[in-house]
Design a protein around this ligand. Structure first.
Ligand SMILES: [Zn+2]
Length: 494
């Protein structure tokens, strides 16, 4: 059999195994990865990689750690960070206007000749999470050493998110060196307490948004942390990088669910006391998960990956709509993918009687929910009341999910276009961010909010975020700055 015939035969076999017809094979021949036009290749971008490494290293050495308890925060470190930035980026400090907003947030304004055009904003946060007590010794290089070794810059903030903040500064400083003049205003907004989910009036990002709102300024677009470029390498199937651009983020809420009982001595126990009743409710809640949904964003993601797997596997991936029930079933059985398909339920804390021989007068549990865009905290409360009838339900803390930003805006198109041209192996796809970012605060002044850090980082490295041995590959830095330079130019050129 010829190679081509073998190919087709294998395709028909796979189609049959997946319950698809021969037409599926035909469909797969038109369902192909987007070809990158070589003639559109980008001109090389000037990036001083050594300077970036040095600056990132120095930024990591300043422990701008944030704590929920503001009394614990060493604000002098933030002042030191500001001083470092002034010294490291002389042109930015000469040409851009800087104001400190809220306690220590930084807002740089790069004015253009066109104040009437909606400005763009590039976001990042200065703060980092602390090192968990007792794990300091587990680091191969000290967490605040900023050491450069084995091809990495090591330390807290290397991935979250001083890499991004310093990358933006490098890009702007270099554009200024090159004499670039934006035809639209640019703001750089660096919050100081992203990691602690501060209340509105305490939150640096919220206060910066309020400044825009108070000045009647609407933003064309916002780009912040949240997505990254992940290598998706499966032998024989796919050898690409997935650039996930966060167009929305989940919300979260904690509720207390409580049951009261008579109490008394354990020797005269009823069949079910308050704790037993609560346990039944928890099980009922777990058995009634929120309904899963294959959202349009998730479809777009599947589609983007599906287009790029090798033939004959493409016969399956080009027919995803036919396989929807199967995908839904498999997806929801894996916690990581289920979290992209529904509001998740996790009962995490519980309390009842203070002693072994005392019946509880009150049993309470705390449940944490991660809310899908389209649902709200109120929906979660209704859901709890439905499956825990008679329980006391108390709201503790939460945030509704973000809005969903469009994928046809100038900013999204620029991100996708630059990313694809920078690497023909990059697949760009919209994506739902699981955690919270500063970006959501900007919704009152901006419709086009994207969460994307242009750094190629493996999934295992990403796991060091907030953990031990956080580090970034030196190799990924150049493209990061090149991306930001191109992004700023694409959105602010005439
Ligand atoms: Zn972060």
């Amino acid at each position: 059999m010829s190679k081509k015939a073998k190919h087709i035969a294998a395709g028909i076999g796979i189609a049959a195994a997946a319950g698809l017809g021969v037409s599926a094979v035909r469909a797969a021949t038109t369902f192909k990865p987007d070809k990158v036009d070589e003639s559109q290749k980008l001109a090389p971008e000037k990036v001083d990689v050594q300077r970036y490494i040095d600056h990132l290293s120095r930024a990591i050495q300043i422990p701008t750690v944030s704590y929920r308890d503001v009394e614990k925060v060493d604000w002098a470190q933030f002042d030191a960070f500001h001083t470092f930035l002034k010294e490291a980026y002389p042109l930015i400090h000469e040409k851009l206007e800087l104001q400190i907003i809220s306690r220590k947030s930084l807002m740089y304004h790069w004015a253009s000749e066109h104040p009437e055009r909606e400005p763009i904003a590039l976001l990042a946060h200065q703060d980092v999470v602390p090192i968990s007590e007792g794990t300091e010794g587990d680091w191969e290089h000290p967490p605040f050493g900023g050491e450069v070794a084995d091809g990495f810059v090591w330390g807290r903030g290397a991935l979250d998110i001083k890499n991004h903040l310093i990358g933006v500064m490098e890009a702007v400083e270099t554009l200024l060196e090159e004499g670039y003049v934006p035809e639209r205003d640019v703001y750089l907004c660096f919050g100081h307490n992203e990691e602690v989910m501060a209340e509105e009036e305490e939150c640096g990002a919220y206060c910066m948004m309020s400044w825009f709102r108070d000045h009647g300024i609407r933003l064309d677009s916002v780009i912040d942390e949240g997505g990254a470029i992940l290598p998706v390498h499966i032998k024989g199937l796919i050898q690409r990088n997935l650039a996930g651009v966060g167009i929305a983020e989940k919300g979260h809420v904690d509720f207390e669910i409580a049951v009261t009982g008579k109490g008394g001595h354990s020797s005269a126990a009823p069949k079910h006391n308050a704790l037993g009743e609560l346990a039944k409710m928890i099980v009922n809640l777990e058995n009634h998960q929120f309904k899963e949904e294959l959202t349009p964003q998730l479809w777009a993601l599947f589609n983007a990956i599906g287009r790029n797997v090798s033939y004959p596997a493409r016969i399956v991936t080009c027919n995803l709509p036919l396989l929807k029930p199967l995908i839904q079933k498999v997806g929801v059985s894996i916690p990581q993918s289920a979290s992209m398909m529904r509001t998740t339920t996790a009962v995490t804390m519980a309390s009842a009687s203070p002693a072994p021989n005392v019946l509880p007068q009150r049993a309470a549990a705390v449940a944490n929910f991660r809310i899908m865009p389209g649902q709200t905290i109120d929906d979660v409360e209704k859901h709890i009341r439905k499956y825990c009838p008679g329980a006391e339900v108390n709201f503790i803390k939460g945030n509704n999910p973000s809005q969903i930003s469009p994928t046809d805006s100038r900013a999204f198109k620029a991100i996708a276009d630059i990313c694809q041209k920078m690497g023909p192996e990059n697949i760009v796809a919209p994506y739902l961010v699981m955690g919270g970012t500063d970006a959501r605060n900007y919704e009152p002044v901006c419709d086009n909010i994207y969460r994307y850090s242009p750094f190629l980082v493996s999934t295992s490295l990403l796991m060091t975020t907030h953990g031990t041995n956080e580090r970034i590959p030196v190799d990924s830095l150049e493209d990061g700055v090149a991306f930001f330079k191109r992004y700023i130019r694409a959105l602010t050129a005439d």
